[in-house]
Design a binder for this molecule. Structure first.
Ligand SMILES: NC(=O)c1ccc[n+]([C@@H]2O[C@H](COP(=O)([O-])OP(=O)(O)OC[C@H]3O[C@@H](n4cnc5c(N)ncnc54)[C@H](O)[C@@H]3O)[C@@H](O)[C@H]2O)c1
Length: 272
């Protein structure tokens, strides 16, 4: 039984990986874009889904320029009919989805007095409700083939107060983690794994915008302050999150399900 394995099975050769939120909020590498490129480099056929066509097309073009396989699918993950349509289009194009990376995430700074019920509903629809419809599109096929993996992207903001109010974001990211765990446990003996990646402070184009909005006076100092918050002394890169996602989707993580992989440079272990 316990034979020596031939190597670390990190490859995704021939697998169809659907990334919901594979574009980027701005020029450069978001977590979704870096993940799409990483999966393609590991041999996957990548469904780059986003509501922003231009941004998704840029990810698809980057993959194709390296000789990888990718296709753009455009839809709003807050709209059930869009989700159903883009998964059908993806299956039509590449065949059944083997792996789902649920990457979409939005937020709004503010605590209870700055968050309206409409804000919470809107953020919940994108961050959490979308996973319900998305998982309904892939789980029956994955269970039938006894092969499937899901990775969702939560946040340390779903586990800790990070020094400023971010209520709707934190609450929905906490829900997403447990949602993932519940899928994992229900499907653990049906060949489907589900895990949650929990990024800390990551230097993506989105963050440049958020930081710029909050600290318009001095962007460089605001980013340096974010670096200083992290025990490792710097924000993470989108690639560092992508690599964790790729590991969890690969057979190298064959015995890992229902867990959270924190990618934060030590942030949640800090006492201040
Ligand atoms: N950057 C960080 O520091 C950080 C930290 C923790 C968690 N995260 C999470 O990682 C994920 C990616 O973050 P990022 O910084 O790369 O952000 P990003 O905004 O660049 O990436 C999100 C992508 O999702 C798309 N998207 C948003 N709403 C959508 C919708 N309704 N339908 C379809 N597509 C939609 C956007 O167009 C964008 O391309 C998010 O879930 C975010 O909450 C980020």
């Amino acid at each position: 039984m316990n034979t020596l394995p031939e190597g670390l099975p990190l490859g995704l050769q021939g697998r169809v990986v659907f990334v919901a939120g594979g574009g980027s909020a701005g020029p450069g590498y978001s977590i979704g874009r870096a993940s799409c490129i990483t999966y393609a480099r590991l041999g996957a056929k990548v469904c780059v889904a986003d509501r922003d066509r231009a941004s998704a097309d840029e990810t698809t073009a980057l993959i194709r320029a390296e000789g990888g396989s990718a296709q753009t699918f455009v839809g709003d993950m807050a709209v059930e009919a869009d989700i159903v349509r883009i998964f059908a289009e993806a299956a039509e194009h590449f065949g059944p989805v083997d792996a789902l990376h649920h990457n979409v995430g939005i937020g709004k700074t503010g605590g209870p007095m700055e968050t309206s019920t409409a804000d919470l509903d809107r953020i919940y629809a994108v961050n959490v409700r979308s996973l319900l419809t998305a998982s309904q599109q892939v789980l029956p096929g994955m269970a039938q083939r006894r092969r499937g993996a899901i990775v969702t992207i939560s946040s340390v903001a779903g586990q800790r107060y990070l020094g400023y109010p971010h209520l709707a974001y934190g609450v929905t990211k906490a829900a997403l983690s447990h949602f993932t765990r519940l899928i994992a446990l229900e499907y653990a003996n049906r060949g489907v794994r589900a895990n949650c990646v929990v990024p800390g402070l990551i230097d993506t184009p989105r963050i440049t915008q958020t930081v710029a909005d909050r600290f318009a006076a001095n962007l460089a100092e605001a980013k340096a302050a974010r670096d200083r918050q992290v025990p490792m002394g710097r924000m993470g890169t989108a690639w560092e999150v992508a690599h964790a996602c790729a590991f969890l989707l690969s057979d190298a993580a064959a015995y890992i399900t229902g867990t959270e992989l924190v990618v934060d440079g030590g942030l949640v272990g800090k006492y201040t």
